[in-house]
Design a protein around this ligand. Structure first.
Ligand code: PHE
Length: 339
């Protein structure tokens, strides 16, 4: 019997383990309730008295050997884990770093800025929360002017003077108040209108305002600038100007660019005509110049305001305007390759 226990001790000493599970199995095998050690203890009563001392000694030896083995194996394993924790597995392949993508609205906005900066326009900005003067009154839309209804406005409930700007034309006013001609500026930004949300329109969208004020600026200058822009932007130069009305420009026009009808999305966004309405424009009304402190007898100019969202939808073939504001990474990731 004593020899058998000695064998167990040798076996326990020789044991090696590489995982927590192996160590635990070892502990249960030797030190568990139904383990080797308890089995030997159960034999104790059958051992003749004169051998009891020697028997007890070897059993105790087995116990300490098994316990020490468990402890040292655990320590070795833990220290290995620590080393791994700091340096990781140095032979593992590198983790790919996820690259972000620019939002299609930013892509198109940057393109527009780039095209106009080449002909001397700078970039200006104004607040999205505006007052009545900059959004309406200075733009020839006094209180009770019916054209205020052209744009359903979000007002701040407690103060009817404060609103979310309905167009970037408010930035024109701010720019003219603070700068004298010659003025050549474009103002990109978000605008808000209280409209039903659908696949074609949203209660907020994006515009780029353009303003050119100098001596002897004519409608021909406006038309030529638009021609330059559409050719650079779309690679297409077929545009049409439809007479229109804006209180702050006279004469006024709406500009369409011929896009074509190649895809289903082209059909949807151009309502089956192939023509995309990209902006409103006109010669700045002398009243507006005067409201902003510019002498309308010396200076004249043109202004335009274009929507970015629909242009982005056509250029990137996006079928639903709501995708632009849902922040779905599966959508956004698709613009990784664009600059
Ligand atoms: N502000 C007009 C709109 O949002 C567009 C526009 C800008 C028209 C400048 C003429 C001149 O519809």
């Amino acid at each position: 019997m004593i020899d058998k226990i000695k064998e167990s001790i040798a076996e326990a000493e020789a044991f090696e383990a590489h995982t927590k599970e192996e160590i635990e199995a070892f502990r249960i095998k030797y030190l568990g309730k139904k383990g080797v050690l308890n089995a030997y203890f159960a034999e104790f009563k059958n051992v003749p008295n004169e051998q009891k001392k020697a028997f007890g000694q070897v059993i105790n030896q087995l116990k300490t050997t098994a316990e020490e083995k468990v402890n040292t194996l655990k320590e070795v394993l833990e220290s290995k884990e620590e080393v791994k924790g700091i340096y990781g597995d140095l032979s593992r392949p590198g983790e790919p770093i996820a690259i972000g993508a620019r939002h299609p609205i930013s892509l198109v906005k940057n393109q527009i800025i780039d095209i106009f900066s080449r002909i001397g326009f700078n970039v200006s900005e104004g607040p999205e929360i505006e007052d009545d003067w900059h959004n309406f009154t200075a733009l020839n839309l006094p209180e009770y002017h019916p054209a205020r209804d052209m744009q359903d406005t979000f007002f701040i409930q407690t103060d009817p003077d404060i609103l979310l700007r309905t167009h970037t034309s408010s930035v024109q006013v701010r720019y003219m108040e603070n700068n004298q001609p010659p003025i050549r500026t474009i103002s990109p930004g978000r605008v808000y209108r209280n409209e039903a949300i659908s696949s074609r329109s949203h209660c907020f969208f994006h515009q780029v305002e353009g303003l050119y004020i100098d001596k002897d600026v004519s409608f021909a200058d406006l038309k030529q600038t638009l021609q330059y822009f559409t050719t650079e932007m779309f690679g297409k130069s077929k545009i049409r100007l439809r007479p229109s009305y804006f209180p702050f420009t006279e004469p006024s026009a709406e500009v369409d660019v011929y896009w074509g009808l190649e895809t289903e999305i082209d059909h949807r966004i151009t309502k089956g005509t192939g023509w995309l309405e990209i902006m409103g424009c006109g010669m700045v009304d002398p009243n507006v110049l005067e409201n902003c402190g510019i002498d309308s007898k010396i200076y004249s100019g043109f202004a335009f305001g274009m929507g970015i969202d629909r242009i982005a939808m056509l250029l990137h073939q996006i079928g639903d305007i709501r995708l632009l504001s849902e922040n779905d990474v599966r959508f956004l990731e698709q613009f990784k390759s664009a600059l």
